[in-house]
Design a protein around this ligand. Structure first.
Ligand SMILES: [Zn+2]
Length: 263
C-alpha cells in the first residue's frame, strides 16, 4: 500500500495543482484529500474550451477555502468559495466548480447566475417586522428603539434566531442627561444571535408588571431579554438606513426567503 501511495504522490506532484494553507504550499494534494483522490479529481476536469490545460489552485485562510480552476492558455477561470455548493444537486464547492468549468462557464457568467439567484431569494423590507423595544419589556419605560426577530431552521434540526435592534440615541440636554422628548441623533444597530431556540418564536407580550428577566438564555426568548441587544453593529443617521443595514446583513447569516421561518 505504502508503495502505491508513493506512486500516486509522484504522479500527483506532476499535475497543475497547488494547495496553500496552514501547512504551507502543497503540490498535487488538495486539503483533506489523498493524492489518489486529487488525481481522480484533476482527471475529471476537461480541457478548457480553447483547448488549454487547466490548473487548480486552492487556498485556505482562517478556515475559509477557495478553489480556482483556470486555463493556462486563455486565462478563463472560475473561483469558488466553500459556500458555493450546489444544494439541489448535492455537489460540494469543489465538485460544483468542476461541473461549471466542464460546462464552459466563465467567472462572470457564474457570478451573474449567483446574483440572479440571490435577487430571487433575498429578503425585502416587508419580510422584516419591527416592534417597539421597551426597556425590560415594560411600555411604561418608554420606547427605546425597535427590534425584529428572524428565524431559520438549521441543518441540525434546531432553530436559529437573529434579533436586530435599532436603539434610538437621544440628544443630551446636558452632559449625561437626556429626556424622552430629546430629538433622536443616531439610530444604533445591534445584533443578537440565538442558537437552538425551542420555545415560542416571540418574546412574552410587553406589560408594566414585569416578568422573568433572565438574560443569556439561547433556548427561550425571555421577558427581559428584549433589553439585551447583543453586539453593536453600526450607528446610522436615519431610521431607514439602519433598517436597510439590518436587511443587508441577513444574507451572511443564511437568512433569506428560502430559509426563513414564516411566523
Ligand atoms: Zn482556455
Amino acid at each position: 500500500m505504502r508503495g502505491n501511495e508513493e506512486k500516486y504522490q509522484i504522479e500527483a506532484e506532476k499535475l497543475e495543482i497547488l494547495s496553500r494553507g496552514r501547512g504551507g504550499i502543497l503540490r498535487g494534494c488538495l486539503d483533506g484529500m489523498s493524492y489518489k483522490e486529487t488525481i481522480d479529481y484533476y482527471r475529471r476536469i476537461n480541457k478548457c474550451t480553447c483547448g488549454g490545460t487547466p490548473k487548480v489552485d486552492e487556498i485556505e485562510i482562517m478556515g475559509d477555502s477557495e478553489i480556482t480552476i483556470s486555463c493556462q492558455s486563455c486565462g478563463r477561470k472560475l473561483v469558488f468559495t466553500m459556500y458555493d455548493f450546489d444544494k439541489e444537486n448535492h455537489l460540494n464547492w469543489r465538485e460544483n466548480c468542476l461541473k461549471k468549468w466542464n460546462e464552459g462557464f466563465t467567472d462572470k457568467e457564474y457570478k451573474q447566475i449567483k446574483d440572479e439567484e440571490w435577487e430571487r431569494k433575498r429578503l425585502h423590507e416587508e419580510d422584516l417586522t419591527w416592534l417597539p423595544a421597551y426597556p425590560n419589556n415594560m411600555p411604561c419605560n418608554g420606547e427605546e428603539g425597535i427590534y425584529c426577530l428572524i428565524f431559520r431552521n438549521t441543518e441540525y434540526g434546531k432553530i436559529y434566531g437573529c434579533k436586530w435592534t435599532i436603539e434610538y440615541q437621544r440628544k443630551e440636554i446636558q452632559p449625561m442627561t437626556i429626556s424622552w422628548d430629546s430629538p433622536i441623533e443616531a439610530y444604533i444597530l445591534h445584533k443578537k444571535v440565538y442558537i437552538g431556540i425551542e420555545g415560542p418564536l416571540h418574546y412574552p407580550e410587553p406589560n408594566n408588571k414585569g416578568g422573568n428577566g433572565v438574560y443569556g438564555d439561547d433556548i427561550t426568548l425571555n421577558f427581559g431579554d428584549v433589553s439585551d441587544y447583543g453586539d453593536f453593529v453600526r450607528a446610522y443617521k436615519t431610521l431607514e438606513e439602519a433598517k436597510q443595514g439590518a436587511l443587508d446583513r441577513c444574507g451572511i447569516q443564511g437568512l433569506n426567503r428560502e430559509t426563513m421561518i414564516k411566523i
